[in-house]
Design a protein. Structure first.
Length: 127
């Protein structure tokens, strides 16, 4: 009678993977699938952990955007020239110093004017 009940099941129900077959033996296919799923979860979790803590966090801590206060620098230079504290050669030297500073920062960081930055970025003071 049990044989008749099993044959009466629709095909879709009889195709379900079970841990044991009709004779009580373990179904190796289902155990292999469980092992594959478990390994996949372990590997995925480990990959996400390594990415988040060893790749993503150092990039966040290394700030890549800095601001340069060019407006204040130029106002100081203008004020110094008007008052006679800075000669034309000193002004040119200071402008070259500003250019060198910005070029050195630009190799590893994005350089923006301070007026553009609202908050959250380091401001480099050029004197």
């Amino acid at each position: 009678m049990t044989e008749e009940k099993k044959n009466d099941k629709p095909i879709s129900e009889s195709k379900v993977i079970e841990l044991t077959d009709k004779y009580g033996h373990e179904n190796k296919k289902s155990i292999n699938i469980l092992i594959i799923v478990a390994l996949n979860l372990i590997i995925t979790t480990a990959s996400l952990y390594i990415y988040h803590y060893y790749i993503l966090k150092p990039a966040r801590n290394n700030q890549n955007i800095v601001g340069v206060d060019i407006k204040a620098f130029l106002e100081n230079q203008k004020k110094g020239m008007v008052e006679g504290k800075i000669t034309e050669e000193q002004f040119k030297a200071n402008m070259d110093k500003l250019e060198a500073t910005v070029n050195d920062l630009g190799k590893t960081k994005v350089v923006l004017m301070r007026d553009v930055i609202l908050r959250g970025a380091q401001i480099v003071d050029v004197q």
